[in-house]
Design a protein around this ligand. Structure first.
Ligand SMILES: [Zn+2]
Length: 219
């Protein structure tokens, strides 16, 4: 890939992340960070892997604020000397910060995570795809057309299965389940190309995916 591409993807991603301030939830930022950090799984010790899992559970309201605080204080205490491990662990510990601000936090986690990757450009490109999956939210554009299909029981059941289909240690969700989701949405009367293509395309989905959040009423 050319240098021009490298500058483009860096600039585009950083600019988009900084524009998130005040426009998205802490949950979505945390899930974006966890998806980036999961790509560095081999560089993380058990304690940091647990921190990332706990951050995801906190984002989904499954663990308490005090559990998060405990994980954060443990994560902040460890001193590391090797540069790449330092970056991987810094990114993981940002995920369990009790308070995260949108643009700055997302940018730090993505930046540290990309430092760990073998190829910076490829990593930033994947991060941009995760960004698009979570934050390119078309819910408001199709609010009325999606209302009825999103109430369909089969659609909701498959959306839950998709959310739970995380391929650990990678944070990506199972694309096959999204294929089934597209079929169910169509059966329920959805004809919106952008929505059906979001399910049937080859781009990755992670927790925080705008379409799943729309169906499952997550913010
Ligand atoms: Zn998605």
């Amino acid at each position: 890939m050319s240098n021009e591409f490298s500058i483009d993807v860096d600039f585009v991603l950083d600019t988009k992340l900084m524009k998130l301030d005040g426009k998205t939830s802490q949950r979505k930022i945390r899930l974006f960070g966890c998806a980036c950090v999961r790509r560095n799984w081999p560089m993380l010790t058990q304690m940091y892997r647990r921190s990332v899992e706990l951050a995801e559970q906190f984002a989904d309201g499954k663990v308490s604020h005090s559990d998060l605080l405990q994980a954060w204080s443990k994560a902040e205490r460890v001193a590391i000397s090797k540069y790449k491990q330092k970056c991987a662990r810094a990114a993981a510990s940002w995920c369990v910060r009790p308070q995260i601000n949108a643009g700055g936090t997302a940018r730090s986690i993505a930046g540290f995570s990309a430092q760990v990757a073998a190829d910076w450009e490829s990593e930033r490109t994947i991060q941009l795809k995760y960004f698009q999956d979570i934050f390119f939210d078309s819910t408001s554009k199709y609010e009325s057309e999606l209302q009825f299909p999103c109430k369909d029981e089969t659609v909701k059941r498959i959306a839950i299965a998709a959310y739970d289909s995380q391929q650990s240690p990678r944070g990506e969700l199972d694309g096959h389940v999204f294929g089934a989701l597209a079929d169910a949405l169509e059966e329920a009367g959805c004809t919106i190309d952008e929505v059906l293509n979001h399910c049937r395309g080859n781009e990755p989905h992670v927790r925080g995916c705008w379409l799943l959040d729309c169906i499952l009423k997550f913010k």
